[in-house]
Design a protein around this ligand. Structure first.
Ligand SMILES: Nc1ncnc2c1ncn2[C@@H]1O[C@H](COP(=O)(O)O)[C@@H](O)[C@H]1O
Length: 177
């Protein structure tokens, strides 16, 4: 898996535990000569993971919607830039370009990206998985909710067909191996 899409927070005001784990993951991507595919913003965990990855030698692909460009929120770390009209084509391009997707902690933007990938998988548009990197148990509530969907048969197939969970950095690396 050489191209890894990372979905994560664009907030600069979150706990440092998330920043540290994002930087550790970014550094691993660089050390292992991966491509980072992400939303290209210069904010929050997005900038943290990109900076750490670039410092260690990763190539950085940013998929940037016009609104971010208009607001001067584009990272200066990008080696390749895709310009998109909106968030929908941005998600399509990240999905198309990456071999696998990793969700670090994030807000509604990250949730939107996660469910775009999962929903596309469930009806057969692709067979790429999303890995929830469950730093600090951040995704526990969502994972519990998804389990409930299966138990109540709102999920048409086992959701593990479309997603994986890494509770530690070591588990994440194993899944990406
Ligand atoms: N306004 C946005 N700035 C940066 N990134 C965004 C924005 N809206 C959606 N995204 C994507 O979603 C996450 C970050 O959003 P959060 O709400 O902070 O989770 C990131 O992966 C972007 O690709």
């Amino acid at each position: 898996m050489n191209k890894i899409a990372v979905f994560c927070s664009a907030s600069d005001y979150i706990d440092s535990v998330y920043t540290e784990k994002a930087a550790q993951f970014g550094a691993w991507m660089g050390e292992n000569r991966k491509w980072l595919v992400y939303g290209g913003s210069n904010r929050g965990l997005m900038e943290t993971v990109a900076r750490a990855a670039k410092e260690k030698g990763a190539m950085i692909m940013g998929v940037v919607p016009t609104k971010l460009e208009e607001r001067g929120m584009v990272s200066d770390l990008l080696d390749v830039t895709f310009h998109t009209v909106n968030l929908s084509d941005r998600k399509d391009i990240m999905l198309q370009e990456a071999d696998v997707m990793v969700a670090l902690p994030g807000g509604v933007g990250t949730l939107d990206e996660i469910f775009h990938v999962m929903a596309g998988g469930t009806i057969g548009y692709h067979d790429k998985k999303i890995i929830f990197y469950n730093v600090n148990g951040f995704w526990d509530d969502i994972l519990h909710f998804l389990k409930g969907l299966e138990e109540q048969r709102f999920a048409h197939h086992p959701l593990n067909n479309y997603m994986q969970v890494a509770n530690t950095f070591e588990e994440l690396i194993q899944l990406l191996a």
